[in-house]
Design a protein around this ligand. Sequence first.
Ligand SMILES: *[C@@H]1O[C@H](CO)[C@@H](O)[C@H](O)[C@H]1NC(C)=O
Length: 129
Amino acid sequence: MFKSIALFALLNAALVSSIALTPGAPAVALNGLSSDAADAILILTTCIGVNLQNCLPWKATTLPAGCGSLVAYGQGGSVQSAATPSGIACTLYNGQSCNGLSQLINGTVNDLSTVGFSRLANSFNCRSN
Ligand SMILES: *[C@@H]1O[C@H](CO)[C@@H](O)[C@H](O)[C@H]1NC(C)=O
């Protein structure tokens, strides 16, 4: 029992440090900044509805922030709108490891169908723009 808890903690620590990226509370609306890490900032909002409805606020402590998985948080193949705060640009990918078809998000895209990327994204990465 202790061994499996220790292993889980180790895996968890490795995962967190390699991606330096966490989603906010699941299935909340766009909600500004509140995170476990005091220095985490909002880097991307991904939403399963158009016009930024039903969103996950993604936060990170470093940029570039590694590859974030939309699949792991229930948004794989369902994102219809997305937004970045000023100073940050993100790329959505249809592959699960930030590969495949991509779409830059630099600002707000209220309906990804306007750029041919509705319900395609499965992963993303972000950087300073
Ligand atoms: C994002 O938009 C800003 C403001 O329009 C622009 O200055 C910047 O070059 C853009 N970044 C990318 C990566 O396209």
